[in-house]
Design a protein around this ligand. Structure first.
Ligand code: ZN
Length: 238
């Protein structure tokens, strides 16, 4: 299965392509235990239940309102695995990274993506996404990337200031005692569609903040739904 044991790279970005990011996931043996499994003892010699990247659903009110989505999906990993790039403000004002091949598709092919992204300058995520947490709002070093300290002193969210896509979350003050690894969370839905389909190991397995969930949204996330599924969007189509 793709990405289970060997290194792989995940690609993502905002809706207008001004901001792109990539996550370089190392081989399985080099992926740290995820702190969401607090019972894990590294000295036990056992395989941890979860390693980074960790993916989950999040029902909290802050993420619901920031994204406008009834449930929020995150992919969480060490920040040193991650890089950002930003379009030049003088470039194509509509699409910065090549043509769209249809709804949800960022590039026509992985090769087209590689070609387009090779032309861009990349920055370590820790140099652009860890903005001052004492400010509520500000610009990052990248022209189209802004931040919002939704919990000043605790966390920073980034978003594209051209199209509004919510991109990342970094927590500073709420990590487990003794934890030194800095995580960054990206909105799972901002990953490119081909990566979401290919790497089955990133399918979420946990739901967080269930106590804040809207009842029917939690039921739907648990598979309790009688909704019909249409392949298109028109109600007169099957
Ligand atoms: Zn954008």
């Amino acid at each position: 299965m793709a990405g289970v044991e060997t290194p792989f790279v995940l690609h993502g970005g905002c809706g207008c392509h001004a901001i792109r990011y990539r996550i370089s996931v190392p081989a399985l043996k080099d992926r740290p235990n995820c702190f969401y499994d607090m019972s894990y003892d590294p000295k036990s010699g056992k395989e941890p239940k979860y390693r980074f990247p960790f993916t989950c659903l999040d029902h909290c009110n802050d993420c619901r309102t920031h994204t406008g989505s009834m449930v929020n999906y995150w992919i969480i990993q060490p920040i040193e695995w991650c890089e950002y790039s930003c379009a030049d403000p003088d470039d194509d004002p509509h699409r910065a990274s090549g043509p769209s091949s249809g709804p949800g598709e960022a590039f026509e092919s992985p090769e087209a993506r590689e070609k387009a992204e090779a032309k861009r300058k990349w920055f370590k995520a820790e140099d652009v996404a860890l903005a001052p947490t004492t400010l509520h709002y500000g610009k990052s070093p990248l022209p189209f990337l802004s931040f919002w300290a939704s919990s000043p002193g605790h966390c920073v969210r980034t978003f594209c200031n051209r199209c509004g896509t919510s991109l990342s979350y970094t927590a500073h003050g709420v990590l487990p005692p003794g934890w030194t690894l800095k995580p960054i969370d990206f909105q799972l839905g901002t990953l490119d569609r081909d990566d979401l389909q290919r790497y089955r190991c990133i399918i979420p397995k946990e739901q967080l903040w269930g106590g804040m969930a809207v009842d029917w949204a939690k039921d739907m996330a648990m598979g309790k739904s009688e909704m019909s599924l249409r392949s298109g969007y028109r109600l007169d189509e099957p």
